[in-house]
Design a protein around this ligand. Sequence first.
Ligand code: UFG
Length: 341
Amino acid sequence: MKKVLVTGGAGYIGSHTVIELCNDDFIPVIVDNFSNTDDRILDGLHQLLGYSPELYRVDCTDYNALKAVFSTERPDAVIHFAAFKAVGESTALPLKYYSNNIESLLVVLRLMEEFNISDLVFSSSCTVYGQPEKLPVDESCPPQPATSPYGYSKQVCERIITDACAARPALKCALLRYFNPIGAHPSALIGELPFGIPNNLVPYITQTAIGIRSQLTIHGSDYQTPDGTCIRDYIHVCDLASAHVKALRWLENQSAVCEAFNLGQGLGNSVKEVVDTFVRVNESALPVVMGPRRPGDVEQVWADVSKANEQLQWKTERSLEQALKDAWKWEKHLQQAGVKS
Ligand code: UFG
């Protein structure tokens, strides 16, 4: 069985990917600095798997500490999630984002070369496209100037990997461009942990529905879209996680490759549609007000996922409704666990 180092493996997408790896007979080794997650996710993983995967509390920018992990574990492949991801915070703290997101990748790439490891799956974002001229957007669409340091850090990382692959053909990489991951594991044992006020739509919805926030503000209702609110491509986090396993399997059969793949549902939904769907499927009240546009938001973006469908043999299996049900179940689980503790 192949061993896969999962940096950021205790995080939101990382933890769901750990489950999918185990389901496909990979052995995950988690590396995480716990800057944006905590031990509740480890407890959830333990309950879901019946054991605790190997774990290192290590920061990926720490070359010596990560080298010790490579030395001990000798992984066959790497999935690199570990990065900061808050768009707004990145504008206030650009150096924090550039140093962490870029340095951690450089350390991972250096160690992959030193330990002769070929296969890398990298966590990128649809933010590289900005506001595409043609929708749905496919991977051939040229990247637009980034609107945030976070977005720029992803563009730089993609470029670094592309250059590294060109220089060392033994290195093979899948650059996975996520659209909007939402939801949680259907067991409600793992999900996205709230650290402060959520930036993203769905955690804000669930926190409002449960009473942590007083109301949801829809950021802008005067866009050139059918109902005036922004359109995104929301993908269930479990579908997103399974794409990482498919990407690893795909890499096994490639040589000298560095390819980008869109990972979304392939459908656009407006903010208002997400809100209405949440209320309908969960029979939950949700106080909503209309507010001004949020700076930096693109109007609409959704994915052409045919490349991932065809080359990775991957497709989504869960609907927006399912994702919003699972997100709500997770929020209620967090509340119950909070009451108990
Ligand atoms: N929104 C609201 N109210 C909120 C929160 C969000 O109306 O309280 C709206 C946003 O304005 C946007 C939509 O909901 O129109 C989705 O917003 P998110 O913050 O959930 O997601 P984004 O599309 O802005 O961001 C996501 C990822 C980023 C990535 C970006 C690329 O979170 O990591 O897509 O477009 F960079």
